[in-house]
Design a protein around this ligand. Structure first.
Ligand code: P6P
Length: 340
């Protein structure tokens, strides 16, 4: 039986993809892998010890922070601080970016944007939650990195990934040369290559959207939902609806089975709900690298201008042909009024 390839071995092997790499990115990815194993351990215990429930604080989104949110955020920031390869961390849990001002990080050239525990409202009901991360190279070459280094478009990402803490724990990432998935083997405490060269089927029959907001969706989205439900066409079977309320879980399913995930603008969220920097852009990078498509309904997610840390965006993402169909319906029934 062939020995499983660990994440560490894979990262080192792929380092050759970067002729000028001196191992910093490899170390950064390994730091993230280590922190996710620590977070995974606590999530698996969540039902057993009192680390559920509100931590009594709220994050920049004004959402009640669950203790695991706070714990996960601390673990990832600590891992990035000690790794010495990261100069700034942007986190959903921090109003401002975190500048890592330490001796070992003084020459660090990477910026990491992270949603440390996405979908955390699902923790109490044991539905998969996830970590999403995005890695940029700082644009400035000297002095202290600043907000200019952070506000980069998605096309500038050099790596992105997610960890899904579900029925098994997986880390899925890309450095721009395809997408690979690693499953945590608890018996050895290592992420092992389990899903090499992941690709999104061009077509699918699963649509994923919170239909509770149906009344508030743009007409084009309403038309697309009805298209999925085949109200007017005897030649097609209805699609299946799947929505967990945890973006990482819905995206992971889309990556493996195909389908479309949509979080459009609504009356309550006129700019969309999901965050561009640490949710939409990293997930878009992964899905595009797997052959899928990611837009806000009108423009490619990764080309959207990034104006602020916690900027929101609508997102329509998944199987290329399904996203194209949704875009057609938006163009027809909800033409873009102003360039976002
Ligand atoms: P709603 C979780 O809070 C999250 O950020 C994503 O993981 C998820 O896709 C979305 O929000 C769910 O939002 O409005 O459907 O509950």
């Amino acid at each position: 039986m062939k020995a499983a390839k660990t994440l560490g071995q894979f990262i080192i092997e792929k380092q050759a993809d970067f002729p000028f790499a001196k191992g910093e990115l490899s170390r950064l990815l390994r730091d993230i892998g280590i922190a996710s194993k620590i977070v995974n351990r606590e999530i698996n215990k969540a039902g057993l010890v009192d680390i559920l429930g509100e931590a009594g604080t709220t994050n920049v989104q004004g959402e009640g922070q669950k203790k695991l949110d706070v714990y996960a955020n601390e673990q990832f920031i600590a891992a990035l601080q000690s790794g010495g390869e990261c100069c700034i961390v942007v986190s959903e849990e921090n109003d401002e970016y975190v500048y890592i001002d330490s001796e070992i990080s003084k020459n660090a050239k990477y910026i990491v944007a992270i949603d440390p525990l996405d979908g955390s409202s699902n923790i109490d009901v044991n539905v998969g939650v996830g970590t999403i991360f995005s890695i940029y190279r700082r644009k400035s070459t000297e002095g202290k990195a600043t907000i200019i280094d952070v506000l980069q478009r998605g096309v500038e990402q050099i790596a992105a990934g997610y960890v899904i803490y579900g029925s098994s724990t997986m880390l899925v990432y890309t450095t721009g040369k395809g997408v690979n998935g690693f499953t945590l083997d608890p018996s050895i405490g290592e992420f092992c290559l389990s899903h090499p060269d992941m690709s999104v089927p061009k077509d699918g029959n699963i649509y994923s959207i919170n239909e509770g907001y149906y009344a508030h969706f743009p007409d084009g989205i309403k038309k697309y939902i009805k298209y999925c439900q085949v109200e007017d066409d005897a030649t097609r079977r209805p699609y299946t609806s799947r929505y967990t309320g945890s973006m990482v879980a819905d995206i992971h399913r889309t990556l493996i089975k195909g389908g479309i995930f949509m979080y459009p603008i609504t009356a309550q969220a006129p700019n969309g709900k999901l965050r561009l920097v640490y949710e939409c852009n990293p997930i878009a990078f992964i899905v595009e690298q797997a052959g899928g498509k990611a837009t806000n309904g009108y423009e490619r997610i990764m080309e959207l201008e990034v104006k602020e840390l916690h900027q929101r965006s609508a997102i329509i993402i998944g199987s290329e042909n399904m996203v194209k169909k949704a875009e057609e319906m938006l163009a027809c029934f909800s033409p873009q009024i102003t360039k976002r």
